[in-house]
Design a protein around this ligand. Structure first.
Ligand code: FE2
Ligand code: FE2
Length: 325
């Protein structure tokens, strides 16, 4: 991957200005000085692997190993990112372009084409809005239930829900192509050409942004959700009741009481293993390791590996000579 946790945040923007959007959709503010990706993510409470996965996905136009990245990302963080993107398109970008379009096109009574262009634009914006509303209310609600450990009904799946989209990704792309073609090929009224060219540029940039968004949903997000789905189903089939949390009773013990699995995770963290390595050793998914780590942090109120090291030594979980200092 081109960018890592040690990359400076300012380098990201210098390399590709489109990353400004990614940064803001993760809720990261500007003014990060010389801070690294890792330090900034820690400060702003963002999951670094998810942020980096999206950054590297965007700069490579989606040509990355998403199957591998899907193992590392936090599904909830990625879903929040997609929801912020939806809000950006629907509440900000589409209305802003509409305002510019109205300023750029001649709406005198003689110019029927101008009205038709605006009508077409409104239909396109409505299609995008419906699409994103469907994702927020159907797909993301389903994913949220998976995150809470609720096993889906037999017939339900992420793939089935994604395919039920009335206004699917292919249809959105076709509509935006038509919009550009109508304006560039058929509009010839009196107009401020600079303004119209500028508005068209905005439409092209938004289209590229939307394509990248759709591709992210079809690949990285879909793969991460499908992995979570299989894990939740497997746990349900292994005896935990459907609808019950996907964590074992020992994992939901009261704060301060660590389960044996959580203690095992702490020992691996303290030995310097990555989430992926821990997942391999314990025969669980990376997402489950991350859930364990979140539960450990919540129960112990210790968030750093250094803090866990002290905890592990003091509580006799590990010998000093096994610790990676
Ligand atoms: Fe979306
Ligand atoms: Fe979508």
């Amino acid at each position: 991957m081109k960018f890592t946790e040690d990359t400076r945040m300012s380098e990201l923007i210098h390399d590709d200005y489109r990353l400004l959007q990614v940064i803001s959709r993760f809720g990261i503010g500007l003014g990060f000085g010389n801070q690294s990706v890792k330090a900034t993510c820690e400060k702003d409470g963002v999951h670094p692997a998810t942020f980096l996965a999206v950054v590297n996905f965007v700069i490579n136009g989606g040509h990355v190993n998403t199957a591998e990245l899907a193992q590392e990302v936090s599904v909830s963080e990625l879903m929040r990112y997609l929801q912020r993107s939806h809000s950006y398109f629907v509440d900000f970008r589409l209305p802003a372009i509409r305002r510019k379009l109205i300023e750029a096109i001649d709406y005198s009574a003689q110019n029927q084409v101008a009205f038709l262009i605006l009508k077409f634009y409104d239909e396109y914006a409505a299609e995008v809005g419906r699409h994103m509303e469907y994702e927020n209310t159907h797909i993301h609600t389903y994913v949220q239930q998976l995150l809470e450990g609720q096993a889906p009904a037999d017939h339900a799946s992420y793939t089935a829900l994604a395919h039920q989209h009335q206004d699917n990704h292919a249809s959105l792309n076709k509509s935006s192509d038509e919009l550009k073609a109508i304006i560039t090929k058929y509009y010839s009224g009196r107009t401020d050409t600079q303004r119209l060219a500028d508005t068209l540029m905005d439409i092209f940039i938004m289209e590229e942004d939307l394509l990248s968004h759709c591709l992210l949903e079809d690949t990285l997000f879909a793969q991460a959700v499908q992995a979570l789905e299989s894990e939740v189903r497997m746990k349900a089939n292994n005896g935990w009741k459907a609808g019950a949390p996907a964590v074992s009773p020992e994992e939901t013990a009261a704060a301060g009481d660590l389960s044996e699995r959580e203690k095992e995770v702490i020992c691996h963290v303290v030995r310097g293993l990555s989430n992926k390595e821990i997942a391999g050793k314990m025969f669980i998914s990376t997402n489950t390791v991350m859930t364990h780590r979140r539960n450990i942090a919540r129960k112990l109120q210790i968030h750093s590996p250094a803090g866990l090291t002290i905890y592990a030594i003091v509580n006799g979980l590990i010998n000093l000579d096994e610790v990676k200092l």
